[in-house]
Design a protein around this ligand. Structure first.
Ligand code: BG6
Length: 492
């Protein structure tokens, strides 16, 4: 294999062995929007050097049709002729039906015998099982001493029961450490920084507990609506789409104990302990500690947008929630008594994902007239990635008053270069075989165990569905959740 002249700089530990990346759903939206651009970026950065990319799909494409499709997906890149020659030559296409075992034998004949195989399932969830089964039957899922990994997108089941069944099904065909369950939030730079911030600095960990922290607030707000995904979203809603995975993963990262080392299992061992320590919500708790909403028509950036019920593909009587908020507790020595309030929604006034750690007020307030507010530390996940610490400071001049000021760290100015896309990092990790930023079977099942009773109560319409205007900060009733702990949500 000729040397990739673009391969530079990455420490050897972070280089994959020679591999084939096999993409199911090669003509689909996810592959085009995320995978091909992420893979090309890795190639350009020299992170991968000896590889083949094999697309699998029903369309009757030749290799050269497939290459043109990928080229379209890479239209944001200015690709040089030299890059083009090297890159596209390694992109091959296998045509077939996912249910047809013969197609997998054709894949086997294309996949070289001396390379690791990473199969990426960029397909709807109902296709996971037939694909995995056929990969197994064609001898492509276990290829010792070569490695064979499978990357599974979300949603990973629609309940704890389904997730467990899917886990059983896959683990009969792949080794657990070859199964890569994606939660793309874990690939975000700022999310990875939570662990570095907590465990790479000595000054915060001593106060990271119920003696000093009053509550933790996690927000993932979006301005987009349901887009073209009504068929999926109608079955999912915000609780399954966002809370079960992204928000609970953020919670686990903020709340976990320091792992004994930074390896995939030690980190995930600690995260799963948090998820298992989530206090189950009783039927009564669900009434008082959870809240759901659905957007009606409104304005986003001055543009009129339809309500959820008017979106194409949505049942006009739909009770699917596009907003979810809840209060959770982690019953551990460190967190006992600290509420975690979580909210997420579509068509809100601003796109912002952040975790705000609210500290307790000083034991005694020497400045009763002047106290501006308790300290907050905010992990700004997106946009404006960074960290903000809010502190009380005396207003200069002949006054005794103080005000809350912020100390900001912005990734953009601090490092002067944009953070890589989440998919870039995650894809590289799957190619290398590092599953630290992927969710393990027990984590997925523990988070479903917390979500299932809420889902059941919501599906039984036991909790009111609050309407909120698109472009607002969500249902007014959500304020009550934060007020119960003597605070309010941060402004969006
Ligand atoms: C996905 C959800 O997992 O995350 C989408 O299915 C949501 O509904 C998206 O829009 C949000 O991701 P990000 O990276 O844009 O915050």
């Amino acid at each position: 294999m000729e040397q990739n002249i673009f391969a530079a700089g990455l420490p050897v530990r972070r280089r994959p062995r020679p591999f084939t990346l096999l993409v199911f759903g090669a003509s689909g939206d996810l592959a085009h929007r995320k995978l091909y651009p992420a893979f090309f970026s890795l190639f350009r950065e020299g992170a991968v050097d000896d590889w083949f990319l094999v697309g699998f799909g029903r369309r009757p494409w030749s290799d050269s049709d497939f290459r043109s499709e990928i080229e379209k997906a890479l239209s944001d890149f200015k690709i040089t002729e030299e890059e083009s020659r090297y890159f596209f030559f390694r992109c091959l296409y296998v045509q077939g039906d996912i249910d047809d075992i013969q197609a997998y034998y054709r894949i086997a004949s294309v996949v070289e015998k001396d390379r690791d195989l990473i199969s990426y399932l960029a397909v709807p969830p109902e296709q996971y099982k037939p694909i995995i089964d056929n990969l197994y039957k064609a001898g492509l899922s276990k290829r010792s001493p070569l490695e064979s990994r499978v990357v599974v997108e979300k949603p990973f089941g629609r309940s704890g029961k389904e997730a467990a069944e899917l886990n059983d099904f896959i683990t009969e065909r792949y080794e657990e450490d070859s199964i890569f369950r994606i939660d793309h939030y874990l690939g975000k730079e700022t999310v990875q920084n939570i662990a570095v911030f907590r465990f790479g600095n000595g000054i915060f960990e001593p106060i990271w507990n119920n003696n000093y922290i009053h509550h933790v607030e996690i927000t993932v707000a979006e301005t987009v609506g349901v887009e073209k995904r009504a068929a999926y979203y109608e079955q999912s809603g915000a609780l399954r789409d966002m809370v079960q995975n992204h928000l609970l993963q953020l919670l686990a990262l903020v709340a976990m104990e320091p792992p004994t080392s930074f390896t995939s299992d030690t980190v995930r061992d600690e995260k799963v302990k948090v998820l298992r320590a989530l206090r189950p919500l009783s039927e009564l708790d669900i009434l008082s500690n959870t809240l759901r909403g659905q957007y009606r028509a409104g304005l986003i950036d001055g543009q009129a947008v339809p309500g959820y019920l008017e979106e194409s593909g949505v049942d006009p009587q739909s009770k699917t929630e596009t907003y979810a908020a809840l209060m959770a507790h982690v019953d551990s020595w460190r967190w006992y008594g600290v509420p975690f309030i979580l909210r997420t929604g579509k068509r809100l006034s601003r796109r912002v994902s952040e975790i705000a750690v609210h500290f307790k007020k000083p034991a005694m307030n020497l400045f009763p007239q002047a106290f501006g507010g308790a300290n907050q530390l905010v992990f700004r996940i997106q946009p404006d990635e960074g960290l903000t610490l809010y502190l009380n400071t005396k207003i200069p001049g002949l006054t005794d008053r103080s005000r809350v000021v912020s100390m900001d760290f912005l990734y953009g100015t601090g490092f002067g270069r944009p953070s890589p896309e989440a998919y870039e990092r995650l894809l590289l990790d799957a190619l290398i075989g590092d599953s630290t930023l992927y969710t393990r079977r027990d984590e997925v099942e523990a988070s479903w165990a917390f979500i299932d009773p809420i889902r059941r109560a919501w599906d039984a319409q036991a909790v009111p569905l609050h309407l909120y205007e698109a472009g607002s900060s969500g249902p007014l009733a959500a304020q009550g959740l934060a007020e119960r702990i003597g605070d309010h949500w941060r402004r969006l």
